[in-house]
Structures are given as structure tokens and as C-alpha cells.
Write a protein that binds this ligand. Structure first.
Ligand code: CMP
Length: 581
């Protein structure tokens, strides 16, 4: 194949295979992601037939992770993240430590060194974002308290992995690494404390930027672009912000793409335009997250199932039973309910992207034997496939608990859960209220100015951004005859008088004025004076021209009104013309 088309080939074949096998999986009543994984295995180097470019596929998969995490961030506020910290931080840390220890124990049994055990254990201890989110989405749990806790937990795991990825090379020698990778890492190494300090400093700097600067800059940028009225530019900017922050965060602050993208979403969620950003990025998100599963499938060498069946089973048991049991116990120990423990446990009973990165790094550093990487991959692909079953098991267990120990089930952890749910509910209510206010404003706009009912919702939203509010007191002259036209006025409340040679014309809420000079490019044709306390929405000349050029029907309606007014004025000035009629 020509080298130049390998990207297109990878994307095209991935989409075609994923669509076909996803559909087949659905027909077999399996989750579509099983189909995507199979498609990936078929496209990988370990099976005959088409072999896609693995490096490209994994980069495309990373795009999927970025877009997905961005999407979650859009529906997550920083406050919610803080609300779940009491359970997510201790939970994730304890789980990583315990699951890693289990991994070390297992690898000791196989006679691997401590370094290999550590990489192996760490790899098994982190769950995949993509899989977790898909699972929560499918069950409509993302917005529930349990879902919030699971996602918060995952974010902490993500942060811990940033540290792990930085520390591993620094610690490689001490951990007994062999091979060139270890030597290289040791040669360029700096004191461990310094490495940790720099990493923490970078992550801290990123957090400060994300919390303080982001919420100011990003919504402002988005509004700026939305005011241009170009849909295409808006979608592009949303993606530019998501991918730009993700990439920048990785390059500058050393945090993962996923984490960068998540915070890009969180800061954007502060904007009124966040729902539009979410809708715009969803199709890409769906398409690219499929590529994630393909790339996992491609890495998988099925022969490991025959070479090391026991090791794979042991790793899988650790992921599915060990990790979930640990998570479940931690949740209960923190005095949260059984139901939450089961949801969190099922959510985390799988491994994915971080595990591959860690395993890859472990092999490069000479810490992890190659079969360790294969076992981790097998563990990942099997645990991802089985994950829906684990959720089903958790539901059965929940029902069982409920049936067997109804009073314990109902009362244990209820207090803490209720406090958390209330806090999350308040945060949600606040953001719902904000959305409602926004909707109300849009509705009011159309109610007051039926003229705008003829433009679509995006354009109405754009108008809200373009309008500049202005007020006037009784007697104040708003427009002076003979001046240049600088804007068009919509009366939201109060009343004005257009002072013509003959009787003045009174205009009330819902009416507009100042359009004639803008349309003709000439001078104001009359004085307009406020006769009450007035509130106006003003569209300045530049925005008027831009908006009207994109909405010809609206321009025609306004022009017709201006023509009628001009005719009326002419008639009033020369009443004799019609006097004979
Ligand atoms: P413009 O000429 O820009 O500034 C004065 C405004 O008064 C004018 O636009 C119209 O919007 C408004 N106006 C002029 N004549 C009438 C009329 N007969 N009835 C209502 N409004 C008018």
C-alpha cells in the first residue's frame, strides 16, 4: 500500500469493520463494543488479512479518548468534582495501592522481579475511561450520584497515573530494570525528589490554570465565536479548544491527554453555550471512541490464551474480582451504601488505555517481560468484553442484598449518601436553573419580538449575544434626526415617540426603530424620544449588516416595515396626495 494513504486506509477500514461487526454483535445481543474489539483483532498483525497501521490506530484512539473525556467534562462542573472528593480520593488511592499489591503478589508467584510486579500491578489497578463512560452512559448513570463518584474516582486514578508514568523511568534502576531503556533513563536521571517535586508543580500549575483562568477565558472565547454566527466556525472552535487544551496540557504540564481534555470540558461547561458545544462534538466523539476499541483489538495477540492460559485467567480474576472487591469494601468502609459500592466496583472492573501505556513503558524500561504485556492486553480485552456481564452481576447482587438484608441495605450509608446526593442535587439544580433562565430569555425574546420566530434557535441564541442592552429615562432623546445610523433598537419595555413633522408616532414593547438609516446607509429620518423608562436591545450597525445578510427573510420583513413607514411619512407630509381619494 502507498505510504501516503495509510491514515485514510486505517480510518476507512476501521469504520467499515467496526460498523459491520458492531451490527453483528448487536444482532447476537452482545454489546457493540465486542464487535469493535473483534474488528480490531481482525485488523491487527496477529491475524491474517488486512493489517492496519497500529501506531496510527493508537493515535486515532487517543483522539477518541480526548473527545470522550471532553464530553464528560462538558457535563461536569468543578463543584461536582469537589463534592465527590471525600470518597473518590481515598477510594482511588487505596484501590490503586491494594490492587498493585495483589499484582505484585501474583507476579512473585510467577518468579518475576519486584519491578515487573509493580508495573503489572499498577497496570491492572487503573480502569479505562472509555469503557467506564460507555457503561455508565448505557445505563443512564452518568448524572447519578453513583456515576459521579465513579467518574471522580477515575479522575483521581488518572492523576495518580500521571505520577506513576513520570516516576517509573526515574525508579527503573532501583527496581532492577535490565536493558538499554533502563540505562538510558538512568543516564538522564535527576534526583528522585526533584522529579516528584517538578511533576507535582506542573500538575498543580495545570490545576490552577484549569480552575482560575479557564472558566474566564474559554466561555469568553466561545461567545466571541458564537457572535460571528458561523456554525462551522463554532464547531471548529469547540474542537480547537478541546484538542488544543488536551495537547497543550500534555506538552506543557505533562498531564495526560484525557485529563487535559476533561478539564477543557469542565471549563467550557461554565458557558451558556456548553450544550451546543456538546451537541457539536458528539458525532466525532462517537466515531473516534469506536477507534479506541479497534486499537485495543489490534494490539491483542490471541496466542497468549494458549501460551499462558493460567496467567491470563489469574490476571482476569484480579481485575474482575480482586479490584471490584477492593473497591466495594472501600466504599462500605467509607460508610457509603451497598448500591454505590456495587456500581463503583462494576465500573472499575476492567482495564484499558493507561494499562497499555504503563505496560509499554515497563517493557521499554526493561522492567516488564514481554509476556507480561501480552497478559495485560489479554486481561484488558477480556475484562472489557465481560464488563457488561459484571454490571449485570452487580445488579443481581444488589437485588439479592435488598431481598436478604432489606433493613441493612436501606439504612447502611444512607446518611452520607443523602448528604452527597443533596450536594450534587443542589449543584445540578443550580446549573439547571441557569439553563432554564437561558431558555426563558430565548422564549421572552420570541414572545416580545415575534419577528424572530422565523430564524432558527442557533440564530436566536446568537442574537442574544449580539444585543447590547441600553436603557433610557423619560424625555431622553435616543435618536437625533440627521445623525448617522449606528444601530437598530428593539423596545423590550417602556415606550418611545418618533417625532415626525405631523403627529408623533408612539412605539411600544415589541416594536423596533432605527432600521431606516441602517438599511439606506443614509441619515436618521426622525428624532426618537423616550416617553417612559425604557429598556432596549440594540443591534449595532456591523452586527445588523452581518445578521441581516444571513437571514434574507428577516431583512425583507424589516425592509417592508421601513418602506411602509417611509410611505406613511411621505403621505403625512403631503396629505393632499391622497386627500382627493
Ligand atoms: P431611522 O431613520 O434610522 O431613525 C429614526 C427612526 O424612526 C426610523 O429609522 C424608524 O425606525 C422610525 N420611524 C420613522 N418613521 C416612522 C413611522 N412613521 N412610524 C414608526 N416609526 C418610524
Amino acid at each position: 500500500m502507498h505510504h501516503e494513504v495509510s491514515l485514510i486506509a486505517t480510518v476507512a477500514v476501521s469504520f467499515v469493520f467496526a460498523a459491520v461487526f458492531g451490527y453483528l454483535a448487536d444482532r447476537l445481543r452482545l454489546p457493540p463494543l465486542v464487535g469493535y474489539l473483534v474488528a480490531g483483532i481482525l485488523m491487527g498483525p496477529f491475524t491474517p488479512g488486512f493489517i492496519a497501521d497500529g501506531a496510527l490506530a493508537s493515535q486515532l484512539a487517543e483522539m477518541g479518548v480526548i473527545l470522550l473525556m471532553f464530553g464528560v467534562g462538558l457535563h461536569f462542573s468543578a463543584k461536582e468534582l469537589l463534592a465527590v472528593r471525600g470518597i473518590a480520593v481515598p477510594g482511588a488511592i487505596a484501590q490503586i495501592v491494594l490492587a498493585t499489591l495483589l499484582g505484585v503478589g501474583l507476579s512473585e508467584l510467577w518468579g518475576w522481579g519486584i519491578g515487573a510486579g509493580l508495573v503489572f500491578g499498577l497496570s491492572l489497578s487503573v480502569a479505562s475511561t472509555v469503557v467506564l463512560l460507555k457503561a455508565l452512559e448505557e445505563r443512564n448513570l452518568v448524572n447519578s450520584a453513583n456515576g459521579r463518584v465513579a467518574v471522580g474516582w477515575l479522575i483521581v486514578e488518572d492523576l495518580a497515573m500521571v505520577l506513576a508514568l513520570v516516576l517509573l523511568p526515574a525508579l527503573a534502576q532501583i527496581l532492577g530494570a535490565q536493558g538499554s531503556g533502563a540505562a538510558a533513563s538512568a543516564a538522564g536521571g535527576m534526583p528522585l525528589v526533584l522529579t516528584i517535586a517538578i511533576t507535582l508543580l506542573k500538575v498543580g500549575a495545570f490545576a490552577v490554570m484549569a480552575i482560575f483562568l479557564g472558566p474566564k477565558v474559554v466561555p469568553w472565547l466561545l461567545t466571541l465565536v458564537a457572535r460571528t454566527g458561523s456554525q462551522e466556525l463554532f464547531t471548529l472552535s469547540v474542537l480547537a479548544i478541546a484538542l488544543g487544551i488536551a495537547f497543550g496540557a500534555t506538552e506543557i504540564f505533562g498531564v495526560s491527554f484525557a485529563l487535559g481534555a476533561f478539564f477543557a470540558g469542565v471549563v467550557m461547561s461554565e458557558s451558556n453555550l456548553s450544550h451546543r458545544a456538546a451537541a457539536d462534538s458528539l458525532p466525532l466523539q462517537n466515531a473516534f471512541s469506536v477507534l479506541f476499541f479497534i486499537s485495543v483489538g489490534m494490539l491483542f495477540d490471541p496466542s497468549i490464551l494458549l501460551r499462558e492460559p493460567m496467567a491470563v485467567i489469574a490476571a482476569l480474576a484480579l481485575i474482575i474480582f480482586g479490584k471490584s472487591l477492593i473497591a466495594f469494601c472501600i466504599v462500605l468502609l467509607l460508610r457509603f451504601p451497598v448500591g454505590m459500592g456495587l456500581t463503583v466496583a462494576a465500573s472499575l472492573a476492567q482495564i484499558g488505555e493507561f494499562s497499555f501505556i504503563l505496560a509499554g513503558l515497563g517493557v521499554t524500561l526493561g522492567l516488564l517481560p514481554r509476556e507480561g504485556q501480552d497478559i495485560i492486553l489479554a486481561g484488558a480485552i477480556l475484562s472489557i468484553t465481560i464488563n457488561p456481564l459484571v454490571f449485570w452481576g452487580a445488579e443481581v447482587l444488589e437485588k439479592g442484598f435488598h431481598y436478604k438484608w432489606p433493613s441493612f441495605f436501606a439504612s447502611y450509608g444512607k446518611k452520607r449518601h443523602d448528604v452527597l446526593a443533596r450536594e450534587l442535587g443542589d449543584i445540578r439544580a443550580l446549573s439547571d436553573e441557569r439553563n432554564r433562565q437561558h431558555q426563558l430569555k430565548m422564549q421572552q425574546l420570541i414572545d416580545t419580538f415575534p419577528l424572530f420566530a422565523q430564524v432558527d434557535e442557533h440564530s436566536q441564541e446568537e442574537l442574544l449575544l449580539l444585543f447590547k442592552p441600553k436603557s433610557a429615562s423619560p424625555g431622553e432623546r435616543i435618536i437625533r434626526i440627521g445623525d448617522r445610523g449606528d444601530g437598530m433598537y428593539f423596545i423590550a419595555s417602556g415606550a418611545v415617540e418618533v417625532q415626525l413633522d405631523s403627529d408623533p408616532v408612539r412605539l411600544e414593547p415589541g416594536a423596533f426603530f432605527g432600521e431606516m438609516a441602517l438599511l439606506s446607509g443614509g441619515r436618521r429620518t426622525a428624532d426618537v424620544v423616550a416617553i417612559d423608562f425604557c429598556e432596549f436591545l440594540v443591534l449595532d450597525r456591523r452586527d445588523f449588516n452581518m445578521f441581516m445578510s444571513r437571514h434574507p427573510a428577516l431583512r425583507t420583513a424589516v425592509s417592508n416595515m421601513a418602506r411602509e413607514r417611509a410611505e406613511m411619512n411621505t403621505l403625512r407630509r403631503n396629505p393632499d396626495k391622497t386627500g382627493t381619494d
